[in-house]
Design a protein around this ligand. Structure first.
Ligand SMILES: *Cc1c(COP(=O)(O)O)cnc(C)c1O
Length: 384
């Protein structure tokens, strides 16, 4: 059966699911490292878990490609596996990369600590200042890399300009779309070459696996698969099964989280114990117009400053009953972190201040609990 599902909700449930093995409504877990061959096949036709090509992988590849309206998709053992193997496919010794300066911590550390060892050069760019990019491009620049929404200040770069700049200069454009999810932004539809995800977050959505994905055109994905096969970026079949299950409810979860985060941001914005609130769905936000133009929703991630000292931050974190204090994001449970002592602890206080990450900044990943109850809880934790 050809995949002819038109709308994202239907694709999430049905794309890639055919054939139904023995009529099973959900794809079973194929816990088999290899599969019988019938002669004549080449290496890539051999089904073997390391090659990410068992029935559990095939379903995900078709579903993810269909959901972001791309030709092909590949899953990987983690978001970092997808990011690093893609960068190492596209860049070789002597090549140069332009990359956004505020990055997910793991990506930032890979770029600054590991990439130079491969003989690859890079320059950081401000994704909100397209005018400054031309002076950084070199004859050996091959790739431009951005994130849809940055952490922890929830900023939205000039994504349209990134696509135009990449096309004008013959660069491959890559975007880490983890924070937006395909419900709110589908990069391939907007002209990006490759969209990457940590499936650990919204795509799986239940905080119980680690996984990654890269989505794009057939030629690029074939090259990335070659690299992943050799680096061993395999997603285990059981994790595939859980990711497939999580994807079916992605639209329900993310739309709830969009609405809930917006209401929470509006509540926080006028609260006397709260300073600045960072959420692009707020009219007061610097990125409001851009987000309205680009996104179908602003997602479940927000951050805010407690108006007070570190003692006030401590009291708030201890008194909040519903959100857990834990890293990561995108699951059913609301989570709180303090970036200055977690994700950005490695940065010097001066650098943190330069980036606007204050010691009283709290990041919240809004889950799928009752919005009213979350607001009541935040209110009592902030001291009413
Ligand atoms: C979590 C995350 C990653 C890394 O994903 P893992 O699945 O933990 O390897 C990459 N980018 C963003 C934006 C993330 O939030």
């Amino acid at each position: 059966m050809a995949d002819e599902y038109r709308r994202i909700e239907t694709k999430l449930v049905h794309s890639g699911e055919y054939p139904r093995y023995e009529g099973a409504v959900t794809t079973p877990i194929f816990q088999s490292a290899m599969f019988e061959t019938y002669g004549g096949e080449g290496y890539h036709d051999i089904k073997y878990i390391r090659l990410n090509n068992t029935p559990n992988h095939d379903v995900l590849h078709k579903k993810l490609a269909d959901v972001e309206n791309a030709e092909r998709a590949l899953v990987a053992s983690s978001g970092m596996a997808a990011i690093t193997s893609t960068l190492l496919t596209l860049l070789h010794a002597g090549d140069h990369l332009l990359i956004q300066s505020t990055l997910y911590g793991g990506t930032d550390s890979f770029i600054t600590d590991d990439i130079p060892g491969f003989g690859i050069e890079f320059d950081f760019i401000d994704p909100d200042d397209p005018g400054s990019w031309a002076s950084k491009i070199k004859s050996n620049t091959k790739v431009i890399y951005v994130e849809t929404i940055s952490n922890p200040l929830i900023e939205v770069g000039d994504l349209k300009a990134v696509v135009e700049f990449a096309k004008a200069n013959g660069l491959v454009s890559m975007i880490d779309n983890t924070f937006a999810s395909p419900i709110n932004y589908r990069p391939i539809e907007h002209g990006f070459d490759l969209s990457l995800h940590s499936c650990t977050k919204y795509l799986n959505g239940h905080s119980d696996i680690v996984g990654g994905a890269v989505i794009g055109g057939a030629d690029l994905i074939a090259r990335i698969k070659h690299k992943m096969d050799h680096l061993g970026c395999t997603l285990d079949p059981h994790a595939c099964f859980l990711l497939q299950r999580g994807l079916k409810t992605l639209a329900l979860r993310v739309r709830w989280q969009n609405e809930s985060a917006l209401r929470i941001a509006k509540f926080l914005e006028v609260h006397r114990s709260v300073g600045k609130v960072n959420y692009p769905g707020l009219e007061s936000n610097l990125y409001y117009e851009r987000a309205r133009e680009l996104f179908e929703g602003c997602g479940g991630m927000l951050s805010f400053e407690i108006a007070g000292d570190l003692g006030a931050v401590d009291r708030f974190m201890r008194k909040a009953k519903i959100p857990l204090i834990a890293p990561s994001l995108g699951g059913t449970e609301s989570l709180l972190t303090r970036p200055a002592v977690t994700s950005h602890a490695g940065m010097s206080p001066a650098d943190r201040e330069k980036k606007g990450i204050s010691d009283t900044l709290i990041r919240m990943s809004v889950g799928v609990e009752s919005t009213d109850e979350l607001i009541e809880d935040l209110d009592q934790a902030l001291g009413g």
